[in-house]
Design a protein around this ligand. Structure first.
Ligand SMILES: *Cc1c(COP(=O)(O)O)cnc(C)c1O
Length: 453
């Protein structure tokens, strides 16, 4: 076993380049190497167990190594692993398209598959852009996005991304959308109401001045994830949708993080009965098992592409693995489990008990803000609670808290100074209790006892 670890660690260091990772830092530590998973736990090659406290970066729904999901893949594998959707169909892709149309917000009846959240976003942007063109309206060539938005790492998705640390460097390569503030209550002098007012005023102004040149607005509905689990004040999404409609601007809901029960509704848009024109799903779509994403569109959008061959209104876009049968089969099995196990209802109840467990932390000296929507939780740590002064980048406060949590038996990954807690929706009350205990202990050890790795 030890030999195997040494060997893998050496190969890892020699050949594997990790995403969102400073390899110089990473290579100076002993790597965590996962071997298997079972329920809400992952096990490393040395046999240590860890709670998956961030659902393997916000993906996992029903836990790991779930017999029903495994079986769906095995059954499909014995038929065919992959066949294209270019000009032909396959059985699971058809069934999944029908299922997604049935469970999605009203009006989203057409499903275009891809293989990651970022590709799903690219597709939504290109569809929105071409939609207006197809209709003979050529001036609508730009987009509106929101400050600190994250929509994935391909160039179009980065263009509508607005997290300076990730995106600024690539500015010369990007198109330039209009940027309005996401309502971030914690650091807004007017709190939630003031933040919402600013967002809507900025949107109104942008639409009045530039609506005629804007194809679509893209938003992370209800929860802006990567910026630190920012939660929209209630009613804000409804207002955004109404303003877009008034100004003939399509609404793209990026539900890659929020979709599939995470927020306590099947889709975050459902929380306010908002029906976007385009919706992107990924992450939890397959229960976090395989790389499948989808861009859902209304009949209105779809029919603008529906024309005689010679008109060349075809959507010229596709990926080799579009509609992968294994992925679609496991997505169908996952959605079936949602229904059989009443996952969404369960998430609401579990979220309430997690909120009760985390409530005392709000009094702690370095806990600035606890933001929670469903089982999507961010805890912002601050150097000075009264002034909300952030910890310095060099303090690595989020990283240290996550390392301490790992030592105590739970995996998570911070967003700067924000500790992330996104457990699998299948977690039991007892598992959630154990995980919140570890989370609390890690925060206390690092912020109050100056624990260091
Ligand atoms: C993760 C994420 C994406 C990108 O998805 P990938 O599968 O990583 O490409 C896009 N939008 C949001 C809101 C996300 O959280």
């Amino acid at each position: 076993m030890a030999l195997e670890y040494e060997y893998l660690a050496a190969m890892n260091k020699a050949h594997l380049w990790h995403p969102f990772t400073q390899m110089k830092d990473y290579n100076s530590t002993d790597p965590l190497i996962i071997e298997r998973g079972e329920g809400v736990k992952l096990y490393d090659v040395q046999g240590r167990a860890y709670y998956d406290g961030f659902s393997s970066v916000w993906l996992n729904v029903h836990g790991h190594n779930v017999p029903e999901l495994n079986q769906a893949i095995i059954d499909q594998l014995q038929k065919v692993a992959h066949s294209t959707l270019l000009g032909m169909a396959n059985v699971p892709a058809i069934e999944l398209a029908g299922k997604l149309s049935a469970i999605a917000p009203e009006g989203l009846t057409k499903v275009f598959f891809s293989d990651s959240g970022a590709t799903g976003v690219e597709i939504a942007l290109k569809m929105a852009f071409q939609y207006w063109h197809n209709r003979g309206i050529t001036g609508k060539q730009n987009f509106i996005t929101m400050r600190e938005a994250y929509h994935g790492d391909t160039i179009g998705a980065v263009s509508v991304g607005a997290i300076p640390l990730y995106h600024e460097r690539f500015r010369p390569l990007l198109f330039q959308p209009y940027v309005i503030p996401y309502p971030q209550a914690y650091r807004h002098s007017g709190g939630a109401a003031g933040a919402m007012e600013d967002t809507l005023a900025s949107l109104r102004d942008t639409l009045q001045k530039h609506g005629h040149e804007i194809a679509a607005l893209i938003v992370e509905p209800i929860v802006q994830g990567a910026s630190g689990m920012m939660i929209m004040p209630s009613g804000c999404l409804t207002e955004i949708a109404a303003l877009c409609r008034q100004h003939d601007v399509l609404l793209i809901a990026d539900e890659v993080a929020t979709g599939f029960g995470r927020t306590g509704a099947m889709f975050a848009c459902d929380l306010e009965q908002v029906s976007p024109d385009l919706m992107v799903v990924g992450k939890g779509l397959t229960g976090g098992y395989l790389p499948v994403a989808a861009t859902l569109a209304t009949d209105e959008v779809y029919s603008s592409f529906y024309a005689d061959y010679e008109e060349q209104k075809t959507f010229f876009h596709g990926h080799s693995f579009t509609g992968n049968p294994l992925g679609c089969a496991v997505a169908l099995a996952s959605i079936k489990l949602f229904e059989e196990r009443r996952i969404v209802e369960g998430t609401v109840a579990k979220a309430a008990s997690v909120a009760r467990r985390l409530a005392p932390l709000a009094q702690w000296p370095h806990v600035g803000d606890i933001r929670q929507q469903g089982l999507m939780i961010g805890i912002e740590l601050v150097r000075d609670k009264a002034t909300k002064e952030p910890y310095a980048w060099e303090d690595r406060i989020g990283v240290r808290t996550s390392l301490r949590a790992r030592e105590l038996g739970m995996l998570t990954r911070p967003l700067g100074n924000i500790v992330v807690f996104i457990p699998p929706l299948s977690s039991t009350e007892a598992e959630l209790a154990a995980m919140t205990d570890i989370l609390a202990a890690a925060i206390q050890d690092v912020t109050q006892k100056d624990w260091r790795p």
